[in-house]
Ligand binder design. Structure first.
Ligand SMILES: [Zn+2]
Length: 83
């Protein structure tokens, strides 16, 4: 294996992994989701507050669904402050 080949496989790996972007795990995502959604709702920069959350939500259908239902829950809370 020449050094040229190993450089090529490193490039390929880099492409597969995408840019060096942080990404949380499902456990971290679950722990931070409430906070993340509240930050989003407040119109602040949730990705800056919790780096890697957005990347994880985009790549993980399960957490994406949790996120969507939490957003819906907060939205319905806001719509009926009396309850
Ligand atoms: Zn996940």
């Amino acid at each position: 294996m020449s050094s040229r080949d190993s450089k090529r496989s490193a490039d390929l790996l880099g492409r597969l992994l995408g840019p060096a972007e942080p990404e949380v795990s499902c456990d971290e995502c679950f722990e931070q989701l409430d906070r993340y959604v509240e930050i989003e709702r407040d119109g602040r920069d949730a990705e800056a507050a919790i780096p890697g959350m957005r990347a994880h939500l985009e790549g993980c259908p399960a957490c994406h669904e949790d996120h969507d239902s939490l957003v819906a829950l907060l939205a319905s809370d806001a719509a009926s402050p009396e309850s």
